[in-house]
Each structure stands twice: as structure tokens, then as C-alpha cells.
Design a protein. Structure first.
Length: 503
């Protein structure tokens, strides 16, 4: 006798249907799972048998075969424990499907040895798949309930243990759960008010946040590069509903959601160390997982000490910076992860760090400086919209505290500028993402400005990509000023952020 229980698996962030087929017959006692499962799936046999025993279901010595269909696709994860256990209980008559739940619901969950159902990865992705494919609902661990409730219009059945599952299938009893209200924590200990001086860098970060432009700060040690970059999240607008779902999907697959953080409700800030590997940054690996550039989607990817990162890591950023997605192709799979982030970088101008200081403190030779800055290739620098040089504050600037705008005030200006862009493009498109068609339509220049820009291109030897970047930044500066047209001062300011380049 055999039964079929529905579940799902995922490749990248996309889920697909898995039919868990359970057949039990007389013969030598044996428990085998087939269908290209990973180690976690093969080990589930012992978890399931012990969980059933400790939940009061005594297994008879039978021959049990479990097939995960389609059998030709490799599957991974411990979330098949629950559907396999349900299939066994149905075949052995421990439970009766009186309300046709087996054909209308997907089942997901890892089992502990005492029969509890534990948190899994990718729950939100499975809920989205179930809704898109017309299933009535999803049965999943109570710990995943909060993230699953992001998706409306589908039944979410939270279960704490195997007995909760039995009550739902045979009696249609659903565990009552009080939905927690996820409050966005507006309090942030970091503020732009804390940073003395560096008005140009602050302005550049405001422009970057307003138009989703990439930015690099180049300066001496102690000039405040890292301190400023870490404060960019304090001026970013909150995520909208679509962005919350997209970010939570990626974090769910990566297994980075917790009970205290079940939903990604604010822009992520990722700051990997310069010893990170290309796989950890881009994603992929033997088990397909999103990398830092995908986990930063909707927020900020900050690479401190950019020139210290391996060249292979930096060059792997070319496509994501240009396209907003990363395509990973391997012999066994091909997946795409979203990578729509603001790229923020900080670096020293030379090995000792003092090449920009007027004091003559730099001890590096020109050869050493050239070798150091060439670690960051021209194509990568060309993809960065805003280049800012920073010098350490002098004694007068350090002793005199000049208060600039707070993060709250800057954030209000950023939100207004983004509202203009939303009216112009609709959702999910910002000035930093404009296509050639959009540039031609929204970045028109007067004859005087065209002549000025022509001289700039000749003087700075700006590439075609650099030309587009300047116009995009000028458009954002105009939006911050509330101007419908790009004026000369907007264009000049945009050019000033392109002149400061170490390449």
C-alpha cells in the first residue's frame, strides 16, 4: 500500500513541487529513501522512526520505501522529515485524511527526536509557490509562521509537533497562534550628526541613497570613511512590501532568519571581510546558497578596504553591479539571484594610506602606489557612480564641532527624491538603474550644458558608461533640489564626483 504527500524543494530562490511517495509492504524490515536526496535526507530515517515512537506511534517491522519525485533532480534539506512521517502514518493507519488535506496542502518541517517540528529554510518561498499553483495552504513549523504570513490569500497551518499535524489532518483542528506585530525599530545609535566635517562625503552618500548610486570613498586612515559608510542605512527609506518579501525570501533560503528576526523589514547592510571568498560574495557552491551580494539586495553592500579584497572577488562584481542580478552556472545547475543593492566601498589611496595628505607623510614610492590602486580595475571603478576623496581633519576642524544635518533630516530629503522617481518610473526603478531610453528622455541638457559637458568628456576622457553615470547622478541631484530640469550646477556637481578617481 502506498500514499503520496506533497512538499516542495528549491533551486536558488525558486521552489518546485516534490511528491513524497511512501510504500510499505511485508518483507525484511528496511527503511530506504530514494530520489537523489542529500545527507540530511538520508539521515532522516532515524529521526523519523524515533520521532514517531516518542509521539506514541509504534512502527511495525515492515519494508518501507520512500521516493522523492521527480527522482532526477537533486534535493537537499531536512524539511522532508514531516511529509515522510505523514506518509508512513497514513499507510499504517495511524491517521485518516478526513478533510482531503493531503491533496490540497504542502507539508514542510524537520523533526526532532521527541516529535517536535523545527524551523526550516525556504518556508516563505514554498508558500509563494503554493499560492501561485493553486494549493489551499501550507503546513509548516510554528517557528516559520511569522515569515509565512507575509503572503496573503493562502492558509498557513503552524504545527509544533506531530500531534498537531494529526489533529489537523484527521480533525481539521488548527493550532491557534497569536501573530506577533513586527515593529520597525526607528532608534539607531548612529547618526550623521556624529561625523565632524566631511561635507562632500556626506553629500555624496545622500545622493547615493536618493538615486541608488554606487559610491567609493578614498581617503587616509582616520578620515572617517568607514564611520560614514556605516551610517548610510540611517538615511535609507524603509522597504516597501514587495522589497520586504524579496529580501525575506533570500534570507529564508540562506537560513539567516531567526525567531527574533523572522522578517527583513529594514534595508539590509552587509559588510563582508576582505578575506571573503568569491563564492561567499557571489553565491553558489556545492549547495546553492545566495552570497553577500544577494543578501544585500534592497539595502547596502559595504566593502571596507576595497583594495585588500582578492582581484577575483572584485571582478566577480562586474555583472551584478551592471545588471542587478547574478547568474551562477555550474555543471549541475544554473540559478539567478537578485542583487539590487547600493554598492558602497572605502579604500586607502596607497599602502601606507597617506598619499592624499598634504603633510608629505606618505612613504610609498610611485610604483607602490600604482601597484596598490591597480588592484581595483578600471572596469570596476567605471561602474561606480560617485568617487569621493577624503582627507583627515586638521586640528581646528577636530576642536571645532560644526553640526550638519541629522540623519532624520537627510532621510526626509531622500524620501522626497525617491517619491519623484517613483512617480517618474513606477516601482523598483531608480535613477541609478535608468536605461539608455530613460536617459534620453529624462536627462536632456540645454545647448549651454551640452557644450560644457562636451569639454568635460574631452578633458577627463570619460567612457560611454561614465557619461551615463554622470547624467544619472545629475538627475538625482536635480530631484533632491526639486528641479524638473538638469541645470548647470547639477551637472557640475555630478562631474565633481567623477573627477575624484584613483584610476
Amino acid at each position: 500500500m502506498n500514499k503520496r504527500v506533497l512538499s516542495s524543494s528549491y533551486l536558488g530562490v525558486e521552489s518546485f513541487l516534490i511528491e513524497v511517495e511512501v510504500d510499505i509492504s511485508n518483507g525484511l524490515p528496511n527503511f530506504s529513501i530514494i530520489g537523489l536526496g542529500d545527507t540530511a535526507i538520508s539521515e532522516s530515517k532515524d529521526r523519523i522512526k524515533t520521532a514517531l515512537k516518542n509521539s506514541g506511534f509504534k512502527l511495525e517491522p515492515k519494508k518501507i520505501i520512500v521516493n522523492l519525485s521527480p527522482a532526477g533532480i537533486r534535493k537537499e534539506g531536512s524539511h522532508f522529515d514531516l511529509p515522510i512521517a505523514i506518509g508512513i502514518m497514513l499507510v499504517m493507519g495511524f491517521i485518516k485524511d478526513r478533510y482531503n488535506a493531503i491533496d490540497n496542502y504542502l507539508f514542510l518541517g524537520e523533526l526532532s527526536l521527541n516529535g517536535d517540528v523545527k524551523r526550516i529554510r525556504g518556508a516563505l518561498n514554498s508558500v509563494i509557490f503554493a499560492k501561485e499553483n493553486g494549493y489551499k495552504g501550507v503546513v509548516l513549523p510554528l517557528e516559520n509562521f511569522q515569515e509565512a504570513t507575509l503572503i496573503k490569500g493562502i492558509n498557513i497551518v503552524p504545527v509544533e509537533n506531530l500531534n498537531d499535524v494529526v489533529n489537523f489532518i484527521s480533525k481539521n483542528i488548527v493550532k491557534s497562534v497569536q501573530t506577533k506585530i513586527i515593529e520597525k525599530n526607528e532608534e539607531n545609535l548612529m547618526d550623521f550628526l556624529d561625523v565632524k566635517g566631511q561635507s562632500m562625503a556626506k553629500r555624496a552618500l545622500e545622493i547615493a541613497a536618493a538615486g541608488k548610486h554606487n559610491i567609493i570613498l578614498i581617503g587616509s586612515p582616520g578620515s572617517g570613511k568607514s564611520m560614514l559608510c556605516k551610517r548610510i542605512t540611517t538615511i535609507l527609506p524603509p522597504l516597501n512590501e514587495k522589497e520586504i518579501i524579496e529580501s525575506t525570501k533570500i534570507y529564508s533560503i540562506a537560513g539567516e532568519l531567526t525567531e527574533s528576526k523572522p522578517i527583513i523589514s529594514s534595508p539590509p547592510f552587509r559588510s563582508p571581510h576582505h578575506t571573503s571568498t568569491p563564492v561567499s560574495i557571489v553565491g553558489g557552491g556545492k549547495k546553492v546558497i545566495p552570497g553577500e551580494i544577494s543578501l544585500a539586495s534592497g539595502g547596502v553592500l559595504f566593502l571596507d578596504e576595497l583594495a585588500e579584497f582578492p582581484r577575483s572577488v572584485l571582478e566577480s562584481l562586474r555583472q551584478p553591479l551592471e545588471d542587478g542580478i547574478v547568474s551562477i552556472s555550474r555543471a549541475q545547475y544554473r540559478v539567478e539571484f537578485k542583487s539590487n543593492f547600493i554598492f558602497v566601498a572605502a579604500t586607502n589611496p596607497c599602502p601606507c594610506g597617506y598619499a592624499l595628505e598634504p603633510t608629505g607623510k606618505c612613504i610609498c614610492t610611485q610604483t607602490e602606489i600604482n601597484k596598490y590602486i591597480k588592484k581595483i580595475s578600471g572596469p570596476i571603478m567605471d561602474r561606480i557612480d560617485l568617487h569621493v576623496e577624503m582627507r583627515r581633519l586638521n586640528e581646528n576642524e577636530l576642536l571645532t564641532y560644526q553640526s550638519g544635518d541629522s540623519s532624520k533630516i537627510i532621510r526626509e530629503r531622500v524620501i522626497k527624491a525617491r517619491a519623484i522617481q517613483k512617480e517618474r518610473f513606477g516601482d523598483d526603478i531608480y535613477n541609478g538603474m535608468m536605461s539608455q531610453k530613460d536617459i534620453q528622455k529624462y536627462c536632456t541638457l540645454s545647448d549651454e550644458n551640452r557644450e560644457y559637458f562636451k569639454k568635460v568628456i574631452q578633458t577627463l576622457q570619460i567612457s560611454a558608461r561614465g557619461y551615463d553615470k554622470i547624467l544619472k547622478v545629475a538627475r538625482t541631484i536635480a530631484d533632491l533640489a526639486g528641479s524638473s530640469d538638469i541645470e548647470k550646477e547639477h551637472l557640475m556637481e555630478a562631474v565633481s564626483f567623477r573627477e575624484n578617481s584613483i584610476n
